[in-house]
Design a protein around this ligand. Sequence first.
Ligand code: PLP
Length: 400
Amino acid sequence: MINNNQRNMEIYLDNAATTALAPEVIEAILPFLTTHYANPSSAHRAGRKVKDAVDQARRTVAGLLGASPEEIYFTAGATEGINLALTGAIRAYELNHVITSRIEHKAVLQTLKRHEKEGDIETSFVKLDERGNVDLYHLENLLRANPRTLIALMHGNNEIGNITDIHAIGVLARRYNAVFFADTTQTMGKIAFDLQHSDIDFMVGSAHKFHGPKGVGFIYINEKHELKPLIYGGGQERGQRAGTENVAGVVGLAKALEVSYRNLDESQAKVCKLKQYLISKLAISGIGGICYNGESKSIENSVPNVLSVSFPCLSSGSVVTQLDAVGIAVSGGSACSGGGASHVIQALACEADKENVRFSFSKFNTFEELDHVVDAIVRIYESDPAIATSKAWKSIASWA
Ligand code: PLP
C-alpha cells in the first residue's frame, strides 16, 4: 500500500469517462450564462440573438461532420440521443428486429432490453472474435435472414477502445435495406467524419467526451428519416426534441467540436504517443503477467486515447483504488476479489483472474504524469504482501 506522503499528485487518466473543459469552450459559454440569457424561442431581439447562437452552433457541428444543419438535433447527451435513435426508429418504422453486440454501451443494451421485454423487437447479437471485433460475415448472414432490421453498433468501444468499421457496416446496411445507428460517442471529436459519403442513418455525440460541457449532446438524423420523438412539448428542435434549449451547453458543444477538429492531427498524434509511452513503460516495469484487452494496444485498430490493461491480482486491494489513494484517477473493474468483470471484458477471451484497468488520455496529459503512474503501480506491486513474498511478479513472463 502506498503511504500518505506519496499522496501528492492529481493525475487524471479517465478521459473516456469525461474530459476537462477546453479554455476556449469556457470563454464561448460565459456570455450565455451571463448576458445572453433570453429564451431562444422568444420573439424579441434578445431572444433572436440567442436563437442565432443556437443556429450557428448547429451550422458549426453540421459543417464539421459534412452534414446539413437540418440533420443535427441537440439533446442532453449521448444516452438521450441513443434512446431517441433506437426507440424513435423502432416506432417510426415498426421495426421488429435489431442487431447489436454484447459490448455496446448500456445505453444501447438497456434500451433494447426494454423493447424486447415489451415484445416490440427480437435482438440478435453479432458474433465477436476473441478480441471483440465484429464478425462482418455473421452480420451479413443476420441481415440476409432478417429483413426490416435496425443495426445498433458502436464505432469506438469505451472500455477497450476497439474501432469498428462503420463504413463497411453502412454498406451492408444499404445492401440489405436495414437502418444503421452508429454509437460514435467515443470517436466524436477524435476521428474525422464525412457524412456526405457515409451510409450511417443516425449517430450521436456528447460534448463532455471532447472537452465540452456535460449534459449536452446531439443526434445526427439523416435527412431521409424522421424519428418518433421521445419528448413532446413546445416543438423545439423541429419537433424531434421538445424543451427549451441548453443554450450555453449547445454553444460550448459546438466550440469544443470545432477546437477538436481544428487541432485533430496534432492532438491525436500526442495522444497516440502517450499510449505508446505507457505501453513501453509498463513493458520495462518488471511487473509480469500484464496483458492488453481487445485491440486497445493497437494504434491502428483502437481509439487512440483508450488503453485497457489486465494486471495480476493483488492481495492488498485493487490497483484502481490504490492509485486513487495517491491522486491518480483511472477506471476499472476487477474479477480479483470476487467482483465481476464488466460485460465488455466478459464478452472477450480474457483471463478471468485479472484486474482490468482503463487508462484514458487527453491532449492535456503529459509524459511525466505517465512516469508517475508507472512508478506508483510498481510501488503498489512491490509492497503487496503476497506478491512481495513470492516475488512472482518479477518472474512471470509478460504476456503482453
Ligand atoms: N455510448 C458510449 C460508447 C459511451 O462511452 C457513453 C458514455 O460513457 C455513452 C454512450 C453515454 O454518454 P452520455 O454520458 O452523454 O450519456
